[in-house]
Design a binder for this molecule. Sequence first.
Ligand SMILES: [Zn+2]
Length: 489
Amino acid sequence: MPRSLRIAIGGIHIESSTFSPHLSTASDFEVTRGDALTARYAWLSPLAPWAAEIEWVPLVHARALPGGAVDAAAYDAWSAEILDGLARAGTLDGVLLDIHGAMSVVGRDDAEGDLVTAIRSVIGPEPFVSAAMDLHGNVSPVLFAGCDLLTCYRTAPHVDVWETRERAARNLVDALRRGQRPHKALVHVPVLLPGEMTSTRVEPARGLYGRIAEVEARDGVIDVAIWIGFAWADQPRCRGAVVATGTDAAAATEAARELGEQFWAAREEFTFVAPTGPMDECLDTALVAVADPARRPFFISDSGDNPGAGGADDVTFALSRLLARPEIRDGSVRAVFASLVDPEAVAQVADRSPGTPVEVPVGGRIDPRDPGPLPLAGVLEAVAEDPDGGRCVSIRVGGLSVFVTSRRMQYRQLASYARLGVAVDEVDLVVVKIGYLEPELFDAAGDWLLALTPGGVDQDLERLPYAHLVRPIFPLDRDFVADLTVATR
Ligand SMILES: [Zn+2]
């Protein structure tokens, strides 16, 4: 009887901006090992039929909310743990890498590429390596060379995260059972696009990602994946990519070539998923619009400091503009600002009774850009424990509830607002640190504008000080012929 297949699972999963002053440290990560790691994957508990008769070997998995670059010591420790686990695992047939693909580590340009190279140095060239990634990750030549299968999400906002991981695992198992190393093909697409231009809810991303099913169904094709890439790191690997894998080399090459060309041809059509403008213009529009019940609650995305993309989550610019409005201060407009991370401010006020007047500086500690810490004088409205944000408070100033959290978090679920006593459908205006609206907010919104605010994930890429990208790249460069050569190794 042949021995059963052995597949190790592990990875480090974070999207981290080199333009954010935030430093992602070990304490920002949720780390799983052993049974807790395997319990993450639905196909392992209970074991799906296709995953049976395989020995799944957990290594270590670390994941964090997007942030600034990762502390090198934290990365080195998990990388060493993964390598050590592989060395102790004995003979392996495969490795499933559960990664984001846009991990910036202080002092490194291609963290995932380094990781896969280190993994190969332990396991050798024989085992198959399959990577499950975020479509906002990057596919460097080194990462591509080290993997046999690479795939990524097909939706943004991402609603197929677990499907993607399962597909990466199944494709790995199928390839191992066939006993044939997959053929692979990569086309780099020289574009740098903010995620807020590339929602798969709207064209052209909807049509581009919509082609995957048809191309993947062709004979000889295993998987087709399209990476938008990550715009907020200043690294040579940052750009779009298409990877196709297959049992037939020509079919994989053709699939990658075709979708790479379609992606490139669509570059001028990517526009922001919502109307955009400077914060003050967005407020002008919103404060008029809220007179119309159909447009309430009106959402404004404070997109430049979106913690969901790596922003510090404490830039006070948008809050300061809100507080400058008389309609907000006199309470004639009911608004919410969600949120700022500031554990010191929370600690200063959270033990008081709701209803107590408070005066406390908030925000601007991690990312002190203009206007920096903002003195807030109001009334303590609510205190809550949030599973993401830790201890949180709401401070009421006129018509505005300002949410302050102990840990970086994103207010993308209605339940998080409710914890601090706010029913989103009862307020006029919500200003939230987010990019495109996540599904619950999208459904709740009467109207929506994306404010191009300053921060570590500024959506206006032309304002960012890039020095290490491979040029030319659209839209920073416009008059050039793209090299869409298909790489196969
Ligand atoms: Zn993403």
